[in-house]
Design a binder for this molecule. Structure first.
Ligand code: HEC
Length: 202
């Protein structure tokens, strides 16, 4: 995530209102967010599978969302989360849905794997500053995005209330994130900065 020196950023008055209502962040920390334009439109993070950290996966056995849900987050935010146990401003989470295919492998019968084609991709971008007040895809400290498999298409989500909220209420107490399935955000063996438990010799 880009970080602009504090002095440059906090001088203009434009951030004053936002900062005053959100005491969580020090004045001047509200720099532009990656994958968000000035109007608050969200685009799909490029190459997240190569550049982001895999947090964990879900397997949904049936229904429209059936298959694998693989969840990723930008690595800088993973490191901060491991230290603070909070999703930092600018954190980008991506959940990719793929159907499942079953076949016999040497590990066992009826083994399920994810197919190549993507069903949909969901995005959440953390905003501690209230940058896009009045924009319905920004709510509860996050920007909410949904993308079809077709490349370059804009966010299909029109509003958090209508498109996302109902299903995320059960995760409200963990900042609207279903953290149960993300061992990366828990494990002491994580090899990133902030970990002191890594064993050597392997
Ligand atoms: C049908 C219910 C449902 C809807 C609608 C829904 N979600 Fe979710 N979402 C879930 C559940 C349940 C999980 C975790 C388990 C899973 O994926 O099966 C999840 C997980 C996620 C994750 C991974 C991080 C996390 O919270 O654990 C992202 C990102 C996400 N959703 C974004 C969105 C966005 C953006 C919208 C609206 C455009 C949305 N979701 C709408 C149910 C839903």
């Amino acid at each position: 995530m880009k970080r602009i020196p504090t002095v440059q950023l906090c001088a203009p008055l434009l951030l004053l209102g936002a900062v005053a209502s959100q005491p969580v962040l020090a004045a001047g920390s509200c720099s532009d967010l990656d994958f968000v334009d000035s109007k608050g439109n969200i685009s799909l993070p490029e190459n997240f599978r190569q550049n982001y950290t895999h947090l964990g996966s879900w397997f949904v056995p049936e229904g429209d969302a059936s298959g694998f849900h693989d969840v990723y987050m930008d690595p800088a935010s993973v490191k901060k989360y491991l230290k603070t146990k909070k999703f930092p401003d600018g954190a980008v989470m991506v959940k990719e849905l793929r159907g499942a295919h079953r076949a016999d492998y040497t590990t066992g019968a009826n083994v399920a794997r994810a197919v190549d084609s993507i069903k949909q991709t969901f995005v959440m971008i953390k905003d501690e500053c209230g940058r896009h007040k009045g924009n319905p895809i920004w709510a509860e400290g996050w920007g909410w995005g949904l993308f079809s498999a077709e490349k370059g298409k804009p966010n299909m989500a029109k509003s958090f209330e209508a498109d996302c909220k109902g299903c995320h209420v059960p995760a409200q107490n963990t900042d609207w994130v279903y953290i149960d399935a993300y061992p990366t955000l828990n494990e002491s063996t994580y090899s990133g900065e902030g970990s002191s438990m890594m064993s050597s010799g392997h």
